[in-house]
Design a protein around this ligand. Structure first.
Ligand code: CTP
Length: 416
C-alpha cells in the first residue's frame, strides 16, 4: 500500500487553485517513467487538476513523493487507501481525460482483458472519458503478435493508442519502442481533451504533409532560408495521425519533435523536398504543402567557406527552384488525389491566394497573412481556405492543430 507523504493541506490548496479539467496520469513500470514527470508538469502548469496513479512497479523507477509534489495531489497505487472516498470509482468518474504514459506491454494486456487489481486498472474500468495511451517497450515486445492484437483491440474500443517513437531504447539497442516526447503526448492529450475522442475518419488513407522551410546553400556554412518553424505542418500531420491516417511528413529544417506515428523524411533543400514529396505522393490520397519552399537557389555553391579576405563578392546569382505544388497538382500521382497548398501573403491576402489557387491548380488553398510578428513560430493561426469549386471557409484564430482539422475536414469531403 502506498500513499504520498505530502501534506494534505498543501495538496488541497494546490488542487483548489486549479479549476481546469481533471486529468488522471497513469504511470507504469518502465524506464521511461521518469518522462512522466515532465508530462505531469505540463498539465499542472497549464491549469489542469492532475491525479497521478502509478502502478506498484512504476514506483520502483520514480518515487511517490515526486509524483505528489509535481501534481499537488496525493498519490496512491491501490484501492485500499482512503476507502471511504471509494477512489477507484470517484477518480474514473471525475476524470475528463486519462493518459497512461508509459504503458508497458503487460499493462496493455491487463487493460484488454479488463483486470482491475490496482487503482489504475480499476479507474480505467470506471472512466467514461477519453483515454490516451502512450506505450513504451522493447521493439520485440511491441512487434509481438500479442501486443499488436492488444493495441488493435484498444483502438477498436475508441482508445487513442500512440505509436512509440523510434530511437535509443534502454540499453545500447535502438528501434521502435521509445516513449514519444512528453511534449508530443501533451499535445495529443490536449487535442483529445478539446475535441473528444477523434473519429478515425482518415483510417486507411495515406497523406503527405510538407513542413518547415528549405535552405539553399551558398557554401558549406551559409544558406538562403526563411522564417518558417514547421509548427503548422507538424500540427497538420498530428491532426491527421489523430484521425487514423498513415502520415508521411517531409520536414525541412524544423527543430521539432517527430509526431508520434508519422514517417518523417528529413530534407534540407527545395530539390530534396521535391524528390521526397513526389516519391511519397505516388501512394498518397492527399498532399498538403505547408512548407515554405525557396523559389530560388544560388546558381553556384562554393565547396569551401567563402572568406572575407576573398575578392569583393559578385552579386549572388540565383536560379529558379521547381514548384513542387504546381507539379503535383497538374500531374496527379494518383486518381482522386486531393492537393492542398498554402498561400502565405503579406498584402492583398485573399486576392493573391485566389490567384495562386488558380495558377497552381490545386483543390484547396489555405490563405493566411504573414509578417514579422504573425504566424511564424506562433502557437496560433487563422486562415481562409479557398476551394477550386469556389468555396471559401473561414477558420477563426485557434491552435495550429485546429486549422489542421479544418483542412482535413475539407480534404475528406473531397476524397469521398
Ligand atoms: N511551393 C512549392 N514549391 C515552390 C514554392 C512554393 O511547392 N518552389 C508551395 C508552397 O509549399 C505553398 C505554395 O506553393 O503551398 C505557395 O507558396 P508561396 O511561397 O506562398 O508562393 P509562391 O508560389 O512561392 O509565390 P510567391 O512567393 O511569389 O508569393
Amino acid at each position: 500500500m502506498t500513499s504520498s507523504p505530502s501534506s494534505r493541506s498543501r495538496s488541497k490548496s494546490l488542487a483548489a487553485q486549479s479549476r481546469g479539467p481533471h486529468v488522471v496520469v497513469g504511470v507504469c513500470g518502465g524506464i521511461a517513467a521518469y518522462k512522466a514527470c515532465e508530462l505531469i508538469r505540463r498539465f499542472t502548469e497549464s491549469g489542469h487538476d492532475v491525479r497521478v496513479v502509478p502502478t506498484e512497479s512504476a514506483l520502483r523507477f520514480v518515487g511517490a513523493a515526486t509524483f505528489a509534489a509535481l501534481s499537488g495531489n496525493p498519490v496512491t497505487t491501490d484501492v485500499w487507501t482512503d476507502v471511504h472516498e471509494v477512489p477507484h470509482v470517484t477518480l474514473g468518474r471525475r476524470a475528463d481525460l486519462i493518459v497512461v504514459a508509459p504503458a508497458t506491454a503487460d499493462f496493455l494486456a491487463r487493460m484488454v482483458i479488463g483486470r482491475s487489481d490496482d487503482l489504475l486498472t480499476a479507474t480505467l474500468l470506471t472512466a467514461r472519458c477519453p483515454i490516451v495511451i502512450a506505450p513504451a517497450m522493447h521493439t520485440e515486445m511491441w512487434e509481438h503478435p500479442a501486443t499488436r492484437a492488444n493495441v488493435a483491440t484498444l483502438r477498436d474500443r475508441g482508445i487513442v493508442v500512440l505509436d512509440p517513437a523510434v530511437g535509443r531504447l534502454t540499453g545500447a539497442d535502438s528501434g521502435i519502442g521509445r516513449l514519444p516526447e512528453p511534449d508530443e503526448i501533451f499535445r495529443v492529450a490536449r487535442t483529445v481533451l478539446a475535441r473528444g475522442p477523434v473519429t478515425p475518419d482518415l483510417a486507411g488513407r495515406h497523406v503527405v504533409v510538407s513542413a518547415g522551410g528549405t535552405r539553399e546553400p551558398l557554401d558549406p556554412v551559409r544558406f538562403l532560408g526563411n522564417r518558417s518553424s514547421g509548427r503548422q505542418g507538424y500540427a497538420i500531420a498530428r491532426a491527421a495521425l489523430a484521425r487514423g491516417a498513415e502520415v508521411t511528413l517531409v520536414s525541412a529544417n524544423a527543430a521539432l519533435f517527430d509526431p508520434a506515428g508519422a514517417k518523417v523524411v528529413r530534407v534540407a533543400t527545395a530539390e530534396e523536398m521535391r524528390d521526397a514529396v513526389i516519391e511519397a505522393a505516388a501512394s498518397a490520397d492527399a498532399v498538403v504543402m505547408a512548407a515554405a519552399v525557396a523559389d530560388f537557389r544560388p546558381a553556384q555553391r562554393a565547396t569551401s567557406k567563402v572568406k572575407k579576405t576573398d575578392a569583393d563578392p559578385d552579386p549572388v546569382a540565383l536560379v529558379r527552384n521547381p514548384d513542387i505544388l504546381a507539379e503535383i497538382a497538374t500531374d496527379r500521382r494518383r486518381a482522386g488525389q486531393v492537393v492542398v497548398g498554402f498561400a502565405a501573403e503579406t498584402d492583398n491576402v485573399l486576392d493573391n491566394g485566389a490567384k495562386k489557387l488558380a495558377a497552381k491548380q490545386c483543390d484547396l488553398m489555405v490563405v493566411n497573412e504573414v509578417g514579422e510578428n504573425r504566424t511564424f513560430d506562433a502557437e496560433h493561426n487563422s486562415a481562409t481556405i479557398l476551394g477550386a469549386d469556389g468555396s471559401s471557409t473561414i477558420v477563426p484564430e485557434g491552435s495550429k492543430e485546429d486549422l489542421g482539422h479544418a483542412i482535413w475536414d475539407l480534404v475528406l469531403a473531397r476524397l469521398s
